[in-house]
Design a protein around this ligand. Structure first.
Ligand code: R5P
Length: 265
C-alpha cells in the first residue's frame, strides 16, 4: 500500500490500539434534519474532540465544521436519493475526487446496495472510487447499506456485501453487527467497523453492541444516532471510546458513563 494511503488510514485507525471511534453525522443526506442533528454544528462541536474521525457530507463539512479541526474527515461522496423517493438504493457519486482532495479528507465513503436493482451501479461506483483513491492515496470506505430494510442485517447477507466490497478494493468496510458477526469479519480481508443503527433503548445496550462487535473482530465503530441522540452525547462517546480503545468491560464503561453524566455532560 502506498505511503500516503497508509498514512491517511493511520489517522483514522489509531496505530496505538489499532482501533477507531468514528462519528457518523451524514444522515441528513437522505433523511433531512434528523432528530438531534437538526443543527449540525451544535451537535458536532462538543463531540469532535472525542472522535477519531468524522463522517459528514461536504455540505455539512463546509457549513458546520471548524476548518481548524485536527479530526480526520471521512467524506461521504455518494447520495442523490431521499427517504421519500422511489428507492434509497439509486445512489450516484455526488462529490468529485478533486473536491475531496481540496477538502483535505483522510478517506471517502459511499454506500453499496447489494441485492437491489442498483447493485451494479453502486458497486461500479465503488470500483471507480477505489481506482481514483489508489491514484491519489486516499482510502475508500464502503458502507453495506440496507436502506429501509433493516431486517436484511443477517450474517450471510452482510458477509456477502463485505466480501464484495473488499474484493472491489475498499480499504475499510462499514457494516452492521449481527449474530455470527465473527464470520463477517473472517470473510472480509480488510478492516471492518460497525454502524450503530437506530437508537437502542439503553446506554448499556450501546456499550454491549460495541463490546460484542470489537470482541468479534471489528476494529471500531462508525456510530451516529446512538451517540448524538443520547441525552448525554459527550458522556456516550467517551464511554464508547473506553470500550474501543481501553478494552473496558461493559460495566466499567457504563460506570464511566454514569460518572461523566453526573459531572459534566
Ligand atoms: C447511513 O447510511 C449512514 O452512513 C450513517 O452514517 C450510518 O448508518 C451510521 O450511523 P448510525 O450509527 O446512526 O447507524
Amino acid at each position: 500500500m502506498d505511503w500516503g494511503l497508509q498514512n491517511r488510514l493511520a489517522r483514522i485507525i489509531k496505530p496505538a490500539t489499532g482501533r477507531t471511534v468514528m462519528l457518523a453525522v451524514d444522515h441528513g443526506y437522505f433523511l433531512g434534519p434528523t432528530s438531534r442533528i437538526e443543527n449540525p454544528r451544535r451537535t458536532i462541536e462538543p463531540l469532535l474532540p472525542h472522535a477519531d474521525a468524522l463522517m459528514p457530507t461536504r455540505g455539512v463539512l463546509r457549513a458546520s465544521v471548524d476548518p481548524a479541526t485536527q479530526t480526520p474527515i471521512v467524506l461521504r461522496v455518494s447520495g442523490g436519493t431521499s427517504v421519500i423517493g422511489p428507492s434509497l438504493a439509486d445512489e450516484g457519486i455526488t462529490t468529485t475526487f478533486e473536491e475531496a482532495i481540496r477538502l483535505n479528507v483522510s478517506a471517502v465513503a459511499l454506500s453499496i446496495f447489494v441485492g437491489t436493482d442498483y447493485e451494479r451501479q453502486t458497486l461500479l461506483s465503488l470500483a471507480d472510487l477505489v481506482n481514483e483513491g489508489q491514484t491519489y492515496g486516499i482510502p475508500v470506505l464502503a458502507v453495506t447499506a440496507v436502506g429501509k430494510e433493516l431486517e436484511k442485517r443477517d450474517q450471510r447477507f452482510l458477509s456477502l456485501c463485505c466480501r464484495i466490497a473488499a474484493e472491489l478494493g475498499a480499504h475499510l468496510v462499514k457494516t452492521y453487527y449481527c449474530e455470527g458477526f465473527e464470520k463477517v469479519v473472517e470473510g472480509c480481508p480488510v478492516p471492518v467497523v460497525i454502524a450503530g443503527g437506530p437508537k437502542l433503548d439503553t446506554m448499556k445496550d450501546v456499550l454491549q453492541l460495541t463490546h460484542d462487535a470489537l470482541s468479534r473482530g471489528a476494529v471500531g465503530v462508525d456510530m451516529g444516532r446512538n451517540i448524538w441522540q443520547s441525552e448525554h452525547p459527550v458522556a456516550a462517546i467517551q464511554s464508547v471510546r473506553a470500550v474501543v480503545h481501553e478494552k473496558a468491560t461493559v460495566k466499567q464503561a457504563l460506570d464511566l458513563f454514569e460518572d461523566l453524566k453526573a459531572t459534566r455532560n
